[in-house]
Design a binder for this molecule. Structure first.
Ligand code: 4AD
Ligand code: MG
Length: 433
């Protein structure tokens, strides 16, 4: 009969008796009679003790030569042991090597660049696997959130003929005898979809040829977008807050220890999720910057990292900033009828220097104005005729937003750099492995 294997977590739950587990050698040390192996699987590690007296000379010799990252199956008796790193120990009665390992290139104290070169191996580190598990929980939670709120999942094209967020960061792709572009945002297609499905969401790869080498920019990232017919600016900002709170709660429920391992203060995060997240206007933000932070920003200037960071020193939860000046926003963001120099748009900023995590708006219904703005950006409005069609046939007010998945993960996992929020980061300076 085939052996039945337990995950290490399941084996620890069993807590006593015979178990079969499998995984990779995480650490090894030993003497001429005893060998201690810390074995890891996808979730955790466990100490395994191999005794020469129990396994015999031949088998012990094999154990003695085990290198880090060797994959193996282990059979033995599990018991609680307070001294062991994860509180349990397996006294090994037999083991099988599945895949041997060369001398593992990753040792302590290596530079971030080296670890990025070896990313295919570094994914196995406790830090990266912890982040990737949290990422998986987060993306599942948002599927749940939207499905529970009567949104349909809608999958947009990745190859798109035109820009949505400014031509300068488009990645051009050869397309038969022509060219096309990698998606900068699914938004324009989501707008088409709301006239069919009313409420849609997606998680899609997004590409921007960013010239910035910051800890907040990737060239390939995942944008989590939502678009809803009939919703106005206020409703859409409240939806964005609810979505993020829901997902963060789910992450806290499942990953308290993981978050602590990453250096996050879980109690603080729990409080953040419970508190209301304020919404302020851009003009109020400018006033606050001047009065509280002694930083003068004239109306009409976009908030860059420095202004966002300074503003967020006044808050300990995310904040929604609405009504940015029209001259700094994308062509599809409409003027506020009450104040033509302001747009019905918003950004959500995270505390502790993580800054912009969400961008969204109500959508303009004024084709003439959008044409003019596109022309000013050097675009040919002809390329947007299909998009303008949406305003011709039963148009309705609608709004949407995009969440930068890696930006949110960087914040909740307290990461120094956004690159660690994704398995294989792509930046201006890195496209492999
Ligand atoms: O603010 P952005 O550019 O908004 C849009 O693309 C809208 N079309 C979305 C919509 O309304 N459906 O981007 C949305 C979010 C930003 O707030 C940020 O979190 C993230 O995407 N983002 C990036 N994340 C990592 N690296 C980059 N280069 C990013 N650029 C934007
Ligand atoms: Mg933005």
């Amino acid at each position: 009969m085939a052996k039945k294997f337990l995950s290490i977590t399941e084996a620890m739950k069993k807590a006593s008796g015979k178990v079969n587990i499998r995984g990779w050698v995480y650490r090894e040390r030993g003497s001429s009679k005893l060998k201690f192996i810390v074995l890891r699987d996808a979730e955790t590690t466990i100490q395994c003790v191999i005794e020469k007296a129990k396994l015999g000379d031949e088998k012990f010799k094999i154990a003695d030569k085990l290198q880090v990252e060797t994959s193996m199956e282990v059979t033995g008796e599990i018991k609680e042991d307070k001294r062991a790193p994860t509180g349990y120990e397996i006294s090994v009665t037999d083991f099988n090597i599945i895949g041997g390992s060369d001398k593992y290139p990753i040792t302590k104290d290596q530079s971030p660049e080296f670890l990025l070169d070896k990313r295919h191996l570094w994914l196995r580190s406790k830090k990266m696997s912890t982040i990737l598990r949290i990422r998986s929980t987060y993306t599942f939670a948002r599927e749940e959130f939207f499905q529970n709120n009567n949104f349909y999942r809608f999958d947009p094209p990745i190859l798109q003929p035109s820009q949505c967020e400014g031509g300068s960061t488009l990645f051009e792709v050869k397309y038969y005898k022509d060219v096309t572009y990698l998606s900068q945002s699914w938004q324009l297609y989501a707008e088409a979809a709301v006239f069919a499905l009313e409420r849609v969401y997606d998680t899609a790869p997004t590409f921007r040829a960013e010239r910035s080498k910051t800890s907040r920019h990737l060239s390939e990232f995942w944008m989590v977008e939502a678009e809803a017919a009939w919703m106005d600016l206020h409703e859409i900002t409240e939806l964005a807050k609810e979505e993020l709170k829901y997902c963060i709660k789910k992450v806290i429920e499942k990953h308290e220890e993981d978050l602590e391992f990453l250096g996050q203060d879980v109690e603080k995060l729990k409080k953040i999720v419970k508190k209301p997240w304020p919404t302020i206007k851009y003009r109020e933000a400018l006033k606050m910057l001047k009065e509280k932070n002694n930083l003068e920003v004239p109306f009409g200037k976009d908030l860059r990292t420095i202004e966002e960071e300074t503003l967020m020193r006044n808050f300990d939860t995310p904040v929604v900033v609405t009504h940015y000046p029209r001259n700094v926003v994308a062509f599809y963001k409409p003027a506020d009828p009450a104040n033509e120099d302001e747009a019905l748009c918003f950004d959500m900023l995270a505390p502790e220097g993580y800054c912009e995590i969400v961008g969204g708006s109500q959508r303009s219904l004024d084709v003439k104005d959008m044409e003019k703005r596109l022309k000013n950006e050097g675009e040919d409005p002809k390329n947007y005729e299909w998009y303008f069609d949406l305003r011709k046939y039963g148009s309705v007010p609608h709004s949407g937003y995009g969440v930068g998945l890696e930006r949110v993960l960087a914040w909740i996992c307290k990461l120094d750099n956004i690159k660690d929020a994704i398995a294989f980061p792509r930046t201006m300076l890195r496209k492999s492995p």
